[in-house]
Design a protein around this ligand. Structure first.
Ligand code: BGC
Length: 587
């Protein structure tokens, strides 16, 4: 999100022949596009991030456009409906009649000139839930961001994503590459999904994983017969505006687990550069792809491991210690950012794990700082970074609709429950938004955005709660309210009970560039037994349902489905589980 982001659009456009066009969620009403306004002193972007009929989650970003800082900031508005704001995060909410006041948290009470603050809350309502149209910052009326959806049927609207010529001039870097873009649908995945009972979702865009050197070349990557050039050419044939890919082949990959260990040994940084990143750059740099936005998700689960699984921590592993000591994760990520970031049409997003990994204070800021270091290594700069990717191949709930981090039971914070265990976040969206702010604070550009992988975090199905549990004690409240059905937030392998999550969409909430399906649903996270493969992948106990766990998952059972193939290979039983438990359900 940024002040310069194009306004979110107010309608969905039908699927196009071979690709899926995704458009933004309904933005807040307000200023008409193109209307001249005197320089505003503040802007408020109020987004309904989730709405379940009688309740909602709102995310509000206030920006101070005045020349001086505002101390003890306070945002106010009136509801037109009967909405009732509950407790929030990153601000204290109070409501009297229809009038709501959000006051700054004590730890961040000053809004610098040009600075923004983001806060959120869950609310309830009956009837309708209109977005307020007037906001004030310390008494002064603000401009409303989020855009007027305008007339969705106006064919002359230049921002209409369906118009020819949109999205923008070829090759221009835009703030959010998802906005108004028709995304590439990977036929390899799509055909597999369709013939496996998933015809209803087979047209969704998923990411292309470059998970080994041979995956770059056509036909040489085992089951995955299309190489990078084939994908890019097919994207052009589809008339797609953007393609999502994952670069995933660091030396010593997957240092805290075994399931996705890769082909390059810990010291093979030169091969990573010369045989992996350089050839990718040669292909994506071909001028014939210059009009295609290439959304590149960089090295999943790498840098966070250097914070949480090293040194004197109980969770340390030898492999992660080695990767910290030899510097090859940081060097490799920097090199990928710099080399691919030289092209205007490439948008690099660095992996930020997920809330159940980095949401604790001792992990959160150090990770942001390490990412900043990587973004200044091997020739990279922050201008090579479009943003961050959260929850990739993980299962964290997007939004926990029935409880939030500000809740307490008989005076005990939910942070003290066994499930939350002092984490600062209970879901991916609040985590991603907060991480974005932190990243900007440590030095990333203010227009960075976050992609949240919603491919497998739907948590529908019969066990999904339909409302908050009684506030008897903090554990029963959290247990009965949470939709995330895992045994522990550290569980990551082929989770039983998981469902497909939100369908891919652009600009769904403040600071979030997209909900996207990065992990292709149906592809395994790993196997519990050694299965012959030439990809470096090994048996991982976290994929064994009878495993009792380790310190990284609170010594809990793994929660995995049985009998999985190696990571990345098709796992039919899991795919069926994801379809069954999809949320939103599949119509
Ligand atoms: C695997 C990759 C695979 C990706 C997408 C990862 O866990 O290690 O080989 O491409 O998942 O399924």
């Amino acid at each position: 999100m940024t002040g310069t982001r194009k306004p979110a659009r107010g309608r969905r456009t039908a699927l196009l022949a071979a690709g899926a066009l995704i458009t933004g969620a309904l933005g807040a009403g307000g200023m008409m596009q193109g209307t001249a306004v005197a320089a505003p002193v503040c802007t408020v972007d109020y987004q309904v991030a989730n709405d379940w009929g009688n309740g909602f989650t709102a995310s509000v970003t206030v920006t101070n456009n005045a020349a001086s800082a505002v101390s003890n900031w306070k945002v106010e508005w009136d509801y037109a409906g009967n909405q009732q704001a509950g407790s929030g995060w990153n601000a204290t909410l109070s409501q009297s009649g229809a009038h709501v006041t959000a006051t700054a948290p004590t730890w961040s009470s000053t809004l610098s000139s040009g600075g923004s603050a983001n806060f959120g809350f869950n609310g309830t309502y009956s009837g309708s839930n209109p977005v307020p149209d007037t906001f004030t910052l310390n008494g002064t009326t603000c401009n409303v961001d989020g855009g007027d959806p305008g007339d969705p049927d106006d064919p002359d609207d230049p921002d209409d994503p369906g118009d020819p010529g949109d999205p923008g001039d070829p090759g221009d870097r835009v703030d959010n590459p998802y906005e108004g873009a028709q995304l590439y649908v990977n036929p390899d995945w799509s055909e597999q999904a369709a013939e496996s009972g998933g015809a209803a979702i087979a047209d969704e865009p998923t990411a292309v994983w470059l998970d080994r050197i041979s995956a770059i070349e056509s036909g040489s990557a085992g089951e995955n017969t299309m190489g990078l050039r084939d994908h890019l050419d097919t994207a052009l044939e589809q008339g797609a505006d953007a393609l999502q890919m994952v670069t995933y082949n660091l030396p010593g990959r997957d240092c805290s687990a075994l399931a996705s260990q890769g082909e390059l040994g810990p010291d093979e940084i030169d091969r990573y550069k010369n045989e992996f990143i350089d050839p990718i750059a040669e292909i994506v740099g071909d001028p014939k792809y210059a009009d295609l936005r290439i959304i590149n998700i960089v090295e999943i689960d790498s840098l966070p491991n250097l914070i949480t699984n090293v040194g004197s921590r109980e969770t340390a592993t030898e492999n992660c210690d080695e990767m910290l000591a030899n510097g090859n994760y940081v060097e490799g990520v920097g090199y990928a950012l710099a080399t691919l970031g030289q092209f205007d049409n490439v948008y690099n997003y660095i992996d930020i794990g997920h809330h159940g990994w980095l949401g604790w204070d001792n992990n959160f800021t150090p990770t942001a700082e390490l990412l900043y270091e990587a973004a200044n290594t091997a020739g990279a700069t922050v201008n090579d970074v479009a943003g961050f990717a959260a929850n990739v191949a993980n299962y964290g709930a997007l939004v926990e609709p029935y409880f939030n981090i500000g809740d307490s039971v008989n005076g005990t914070s939910v942070r003290q429950s066994d499930w939350v265990d002092w984490n600062r976040y209970v879901d991916e969206q609040s985590y991603a938004q907060a991480f974005r702010e932190e990243a900007v604070r440590v030095g990333f550009n203010s227009d960075v955005g976050v992609i949240i992988d919603t491919s497998r975090n739907g948590w529908g199905g019969p066990d999904r709660p339909s409302g908050p549990a009684a506030k008897t004690d903090v554990n029963s409240y959290v247990e009965g309210s949470r939709i995330d059905g895992r045994i522990h937030t550290g569980n990551w392998c082929n989770q039983a009970g998981a469902g497909l999550g939100e369908r891919p969409q652009a600009s769904p909430a403040s600071g979030i560039d997209a909900y996207a399906w990065i992990k292709p649903p149906g592809e395994s996270d790993g196997a519990s037994e050694d299965i012959q493969n030439d990809e470096g992948k090994r048996a991982d106990e976290m994929c064994d349902p009878s495993y009792e766990g380790n310190v990284r998952n609170g010594n809990s059972p793994s929660g995995a489905l049985p009998d999985a193939p190696v990571s990345g290979h098709w796992f039919q039983a899991q795919f069926e589980e994801l379809l069954r438990n999809a949320y939103p359900p599949i119509d």
